[in-house]
Design a protein around this ligand. Structure first.
Ligand SMILES: NC(=O)c1ccc[n+]([C@@H]2O[C@H](COP(=O)([O-])OP(=O)(O)OC[C@H]3O[C@@H](n4cnc5c(N)ncnc54)[C@H](O)[C@@H]3O)[C@@H](O)[C@H]2O)c1
Ligand SMILES: [Zn+2]
Ligand SMILES: [Zn+2]
Length: 346
């Protein structure tokens, strides 16, 4: 088969690779139908994720068709159309029993990281019974791909941990795919205000389409003053950090209302300063989380019922064999107006 292989920082190739085989009785082999590229894949290519070794097939998102199952797999059969979760879970360990699948003793985020991933014609999925989801007939395939990572990430780390409430006020800092998915799923709870913050006007325009009630371009460094002014000086009940840099974490700290929740989603590579001298009396809650994908069944149902419509996150489509070009487009997202790119395996 062919696959997108990481060859150290800055180097990737679409090349011939051994087709995966069953290694454990709980494995399944899935033929990829659609995959996509995540911002995290770009971090890997920069060399930011040391767990990824040279020769690794990238990708932790996608849908496919079950090709073969190990003898211990009981819930899936050859020919089933499935959603691949970015988080692999054994279903049995202490963390899995607490629905903290992201910290599964034998799984967690391993696809396209510690084991070969989904930007390939075939992928091996460990613990298939508890790491795949059956897709109902007729489900929108592109919408389903958004369920592998970005929707559960935005919903669990941002909306659930941020405790978005009816009538509440929300600010989402960073309007990339994750921030936009947070705006989309925050609306489950009918907040009265959703302020999107970004430095890219195209993304702010997208944020309005996804349900932001106001936008702030933070390029001038005055986002805090402007958001405080918009909220009558009170600040917001929920500030979601969806970028992963100190500047945006600082905005979140500066706009938190009394009793507010700062829900961090972004992956941070360098330290931030926690302003306890300003926050100590704010009755504030700070949360961090690696996506667990515990909400995936609910989100899948919301999509099949038509209640959640994430397909508009898809801006570009490529054949899987053109994944090198897809990376070039996704890597220059602002220039191309790219959000999510779909890779189709024909
Ligand atoms: N916690 C988790 O489990 C988890 C899972 C997946 C992704 N993530 C992280 O979530 C974050 C968002 O992911 P994404 O794919 O949407 O990323 P992205 O890079 O596509 O989007 C980030 C957005 O932030 C904007 N931005 C950059 N600097 C800014 C600044 N100083 N002020 C305001 N806006 C700024 C960019 O214009 C962009 O629109 C990333 O850090 C990613 O690694 C976390
Ligand atoms: Zn991802
Ligand atoms: Zn486990």
């Amino acid at each position: 088969m062919n696959a997108l292989v990481y060859h150290g920082p800055g180097h990737r190739a679409w090349e011939a690779h051994a087709t995966p085989v069953l290694l454990e009785p709980s494995d399944a082999i899935v033929r990829i139908v659609k995959s996509t590229i995540c911002g995290t894949d770009l971090h890997i290519l920069k060399g930011d994720v040391p767990t990824v070794s040279e020769g690794r097939i990238l990708g932790h998102e996608g849908i496919g068709v079950v090709e073969e199952t190990g003898t211990a797999v009981t819930s899936f059969h050859k020919g089933d159309k499935v959603l691949i979760s970015c988080i692999t879970s054994c279903g049995k360990c202490d963390f899995c029993r607490r629905q903290m699948y992201s910290h599964c003793r034998e799984g967690g985020w391993i696809l396209g990281n510690k084991i070969d991933g989904t930007q390939a014609e075939f992928v091996r999925i460990p613990f298939a019974d508890t790491s795949l989801y059956l897709l109902p007939p007729g489900v929108d395939e592109e919408a389903a791909v958004m369920l592998s990572d970005i929707l559960p990430t935005a919903y669990e780390c941002g909306v659930l941990n941020g405790c978005v409430k009816p009538g509440g006020t929300v600010a989402v800092i960073g309007a990339g795919p994750i921030g936009l998915a947070a705006i989309l799923t925050a609306r489950f709870y009918s907040p009265s205000v959703i302020i999107a913050v970004d430095v890219d006007d195209n993304r702010l325009e997208a944020a309005r389409k996804f349900g932001a009630t106001a936008t702030v371009n933070s390029t001038d460094g005055k986002a805090i003053e402007r958001i405080l002014a918009m909220t009558g000086g009170a600040g917001v009940d929920v500030a979601m950090e969806a970028v992963g840099v100190p500047a945006t974490f600082d905005i979140c700290q500066g706009i938190l209302a009394a009793g507010g929740h700062l829900a961090n989603i972004g992956v941070h590579g360098i330290p931030v300063t926690l302003h306890l001298e300003k926050l100590w009396d704010r009755n504030a809650t700070l949360t961090t989380r690696l996506v667990d994908t515990a909400a995936t069944p609910m989100l899948l149902k919301a999509i099949t019922d038509g209640f959640l419509q994430p397909a508009a996150l898809v801006t570009h489509r490529f054949a899987l064999a053109d994944v090198m070009q897809a990376y070039d487009t996704f890597g220059r997202a602002a220039e191309f107006g790219a959000l999510k790119v779909i890779l189709q395996n024909n």
